[in-house]
Design a binder for this molecule. Structure first.
Ligand code: NDP
Length: 244
């Protein structure tokens, strides 16, 4: 069955792989982005090449007015989102003693407030349809903690409590909410950390290599399917054994 899917931060990295995974599964995909219109249009073109329907929509998902406009556009062009993937995220790493309020607020805004805004906007249509899937991209940092990432870990841990609460609020209406928590995946976000960090982390990954965005996307695709109707409020770790 074809669904309407909204992937926040779908222009690059993990979000891009998720958008393409849904396109491959025959769904109509809204590819949200913050700044890189060209990258989002490339994802749209790739989905259309697979025979699917897609739309790129700019919105800063940490801002209420942008989120309202995003949902209006997606609903009028594709229909109300039946699957929401809260994927957009940023890091502003620093040790806590050096972390300024701006770095704290910005990460909480983009990584956590966005999920509140988008989920609230998506729930209206899902409740009417009595079917919905909310999948938020967390991180093993939100489970195990990570030095230099107190803001990011707080936001990602926040997504877990948020998701469990939503799961209880709307579970009886055919709507599930889950977190997928990746470890170290090869994207622009992790490339910025440099070769040395990647090498050091690889040494701690049980399967002995970094993860690929597609390896996160396939789990998200499964959680959005009808087969996953009995999984809710969970955090699925996709980290090659990093956090064991
Ligand atoms: P990237 O930096 O590669 O891509 C980030 C995406 O988010 C881009 O599409 C970007 O849009 C978008 N984005 C950023 N800020 C906003 C905003 N305010 N509003 C809308 N979109 C925004 O990140 P990754 O693919 O690596 O990460 C994706 C998610 O996975 C994040 O939530 C991240 O925390 C999480 N994660 C990543 C891990 C990794 O190892 N890479 C590990 C664990 C979790 P644009 O292209 O326009 O800039």
């Amino acid at each position: 069955m074809s669904r309407v899917v909204l992937v926040t931060g779908g222009s690059r990295g993990i979000g891009r792989a998720i958008a393409i995974e849904f396109g491959r599964r025959g769904h109509a995909v809204a590819v949200n982005y913050a700044a890189r219109a060209e990258a989002a249009e490339e994802v749209v073109a790739e989905i259309e090449d697979l025979g699917g329907r897609a739309l790129a929509v700019r919105a800063d998902v940490g801002e209420p007015d942008d989120v309202a406009a995003l949902f209006e556009t997606v609903t009028s062009r594709l229909g109300p989102p039946e699957v929401l993937v809260n994927n957009a995220g940023i890091t502003r790493d620093d040790l806590l003693l050096r972390m300024d309020v701006e770095a704290w607020d910005e990460v909480l805004r983009v990584d956590l407030r966005s999920a509140y805004l988008c989920t609230r906007a998506a729930l209206r249509g899902m409740l009417r349809a009595r079917w919905g899937r909310i999948i938020s991209i967390g991180s093993v940092s939100g489970i195990a903690g990570n030095p230099g990432q107190a803001n990011y870990a707080a936001a990602k841990a926040g997504l877990i409590g948020f998701t469990r609460s939503i799961a209880k609020e709307v579970g009886s209406r055919g709507i599930t909410a889950n977190v997928v928590a990746p470890g170290f995946i090869q994207t622009d976000m992790t490339a910025a950390l440099g070769e040395d960090v990647a090498e050091d982390v690889t040494g701690r990954i049980a399967v002995g290599r970094l993860g690929r965005p597609e390896e996160v996307a396939s789990v998200v695709g499964y959680l959005a399917s009808d087969e996953a109707a009995y999984i809710t409020g969970q955090t699925i770790v996709v980290d090659g054994g990093l956090a064991l």
